[in-house]
Write a protein that binds this ligand. Structure first.
Ligand code: GCB
Length: 621
């Protein structure tokens, strides 16, 4: 189990945050000799170039070797630490919001941390490594994007020649690499609030109105003074009023909230202004030595009071049936690759609101923190997915992968547990869950996930592309997500077959497992501007008709439209945006064109079909 928290670094009167994002020095390790040659011992020299952080490095230059590099790449920058930080006893934490895939970090040539996995934060206190106050500090980072049978996602490297390293994977998105999220420095007091967990334990309703709620919390304090410390917890509403307080001093406690304002997803009945209905409180944790003076404060800004429950045929948020509708995405865009960017995030939000989407799945890895933060604020519901995409070979279900998979689930829950927007964990996308090996693998993983999220506050799912008759893992999950591409990858071109094939499939999942089902992917590649009537594949008309045929079937099974017999609790189209893939004979210009928007975020005709459908759902619900 993981020790320590991974709270998002917010600035306040006890903590300062500073960004190290800028243009760093970069060096491609063509022959993967940098570690042996100890490049971290001195400044990077020869063939260095400039590289923006954060960004994937692949699409920044005109160099094809950099685009398809498999192995180590090096980053370096210098920085000073302010004297006021050095003269205090504060911790000075170096934090990477993520880097892909395996990372090693040195300060002035001394190794300070390593991290495996491309999508979750890692950090350490670098104060012990800062020796002199009047010299710049050299930060060296080596990042390796090689995937192996025991990484998540898994892959296999074949070395064909010294210049031809072939990485084979079982997913189609491009394996972008580098320091793709922000790098931060922040301070905390030496004894500090290390972790905060807050859960809505229950909500009391009277005549459909919430009359009271109970929240439970637990706090972790770390440092040399932990015996002497006292914790006070306040729940503060959006107007700054304290609505509940627990001053017992203990690390575990409850808060009783009268007439709570709930965090509601957008698109619920009578909730037209989404952000007004996804109400957020702030949990203010104050740490003091005995009762005073204060030594640290952490304000968790996005506390939503809401419950999530599932029955065999419905998904309930605050006791009301919820139907997921929206588009899956990727962290992917021109030039930056997977690199995080505020402009893309806010555009994403605006497109989601324009579509009237109420949800998305973080296909196929945990996204940047900001996606969850904005979803909290605007009432968008998230299925949070691990990077376990493409567990498609028998040997991938190994004890080593299982151990790493647990580690990643632990890191994801540690980072995302407090977001009200996150309503479900997805443990994998399209594993070979028809293989006997997958059975005990997922049984163990689901049990582990339930155990670490304590009171089982969120349901657990995974995404299957198997036929229900061969499925081994679905029995362990609360909700079943299925990806279906009838009349695209099979019986292609035959739109007339969808009503038959899809109906039989969806019914089959229900008959076999008697659990709520989500269609977590369906879609058709579409080249903007390509027209054909009657519709043919890749034309805008084909994508539109394809969606309409799928929607007719969804409506037959929807748990909202058919309150007695329905069990389908959601539909998420593949994909919001066209995205980069490896080159291949089905990928024109190395793109997956299943976006309803282009990679530049402009709508294809199908976007208007979805928009109308989602708008109607919102009004009729
Ligand atoms: C899938 C995968 C997704 C692919 C998609 C496709 O089932 O989950 O990652 O991009 O199919 O378009 O092939």
């Amino acid at each position: 189990e993981l020790t320590g928290g991974m709270l998002f670094p917010y600035e306040n009167e006890f903590r300062q945050v500073r960004s190290l994002d800028s243009i760093w020095t970069f060096k491609l390790d063509d022959n993967n000799t940098g570690i042996d040659e100890k490049w971290y011992l001195s400044e990077l020299v020869n063939n260095t170039i400039s590289m923006p952080v954060p960004s994937s490095y692949n699409d920044i230059t005109q160099n094809i070797s950099l685009k398809r590099h498999v192995g180590w790449a090096w980053y370096e920058r210098y920085f000073y630490v302010h004297l006021s930080w050095l003269s205090s006893t504060d911790r000075i934490v170096l934090r990477f919001q993520a880097a892909h895939y395996f990372t090693m970090v040195w300060i002035n040539g001394q190794q300070v941390m390593t991290h495996e996995g491309g999508h979750l934060p890692f950090e350490c206190d670098i104060r012990p490594y800062i020796e002199q106050e009047n010299v710049p500090i050299r930060l060296t980072v080596a990042v390796n994007n090689t995937l192996t049978p025991t990484t998540l996602p898994p892959g296999e490297l074949t070395i064909i020649s010294s210049t031809y390293r072939l990485l084979q994977t079982h997913f189609d998105f491009f394996n972008y690499a580098g320091i793709d999220r922000s790098v931060l420095l922040y301070t905390t007091p030496e004894t500090y609030i290390d972790d905060v967990t807050v859960v809505t334990a229950s909500i009391n309703f009277s005549g459909g109105v919430a009359t009271s709620a109970i929240l439970t919390y637990s706090i972790v304090i770390t440092g040399s003074d932990t015996q002497k410390t006292h914790v006070k917890v306040d729940l503060v509403d959006a107007d700054g009023r304290i609505v509940a307080t627990n001053n017992s001093g203990s690390m575990e406690g409850t808060l009783y909230v009268e007439n709570p304002q709930l965090w509601q997803p957008c698109g619920m009945p009578n909730t037209h202004l989404c952000s007004e209905h996804s109400y957020l409180y702030t949990l203010q944790v104050s740490l003091s030595e005995n009762v005073s003076p204060l030594i640290d404060i952490y304000r968790l800004p996005h506390v939503g009071i809401r419950t999530v429950t599932v029955t065999s045929s419905t998904f309930l948020i605050n006791n009301q049936p919820f139907y997921f509708h929206g588009a899956n995405a990727h962290e992917d865009s021109d030039l930056r690759g997977k690199g995080y960017n505020d402009v893309l995030l806010v555009k994403f939000l605006n497109l989601y609101q324009w579509l009237h989407s109420n949800s998305f799945r973080t296909s196929h890895y945990p996204y940047s923190d900001q996606f969850y933060q904005i979803a909290n604020q605007y009432g968008i519901v998230i299925i949070d997915e691990t990077p376990a995409v493409g567990l498609s070979q028998k040997n991938y279900f190994s004890p080593t992968t299982l151990a790493h998979h647990k580690q990643v689930i632990g890191e994801m829950i540690r980072r995302d547990k407090n977001h009200p927007s996150v309503v479900m964990w997805s443990l994998a996308n399209e594993p070979s869950s028809n293989l006997p090996e997958s059975d005990s693998y997922f049984e163990t993983l689901v049990a582990y996930t339930r155990s670490i999220q304590r009171s089982s506050i969120r349901p657990i799912t995974f995404v299957s592309d198997q036929h229900y008759s061969n499925e081994k893992a679905a029995q362990y999950f609360d909700v079943i997500c299925i990806n279906k591409y009838f009349s695209w990858y099979s019986e292609y071109g035959r739109l007339d077959r969808i009503s038959v094939t899809l109906t039989a499939e969806v019914q089959g999942w229900w008959d076999t497992f008697k659990k709520p089902v989500i269609i977590s992917e369906y879609g058709a590649d579409t080249v903007t501007g390509l027209h054909a009537d009657p519709p043919v594949m890749f034309s805008e008309e084909y994508q539109q008709e394809f969606l309409k045929e799928y929607h007719l079937v969804f409506d037959m099974f929807s748990s909202i439209k058919n309150t007695t017999s329905g069990f389908l609790v959601g539909e998420l189209i593949w994909n919001a945006f066209d995205f980069e893939t490896e080159q291949g004979i089905t990928r024109v210009g190395a793109k997956n064109y299943k976006g309803i928007f282009t990679r530049q975020r402009q709508p294809k005709s199908a976007a208007f079909v979805l928009r109308k459908r989602y708008e109607n759902m919102e009004n009729n619900d």
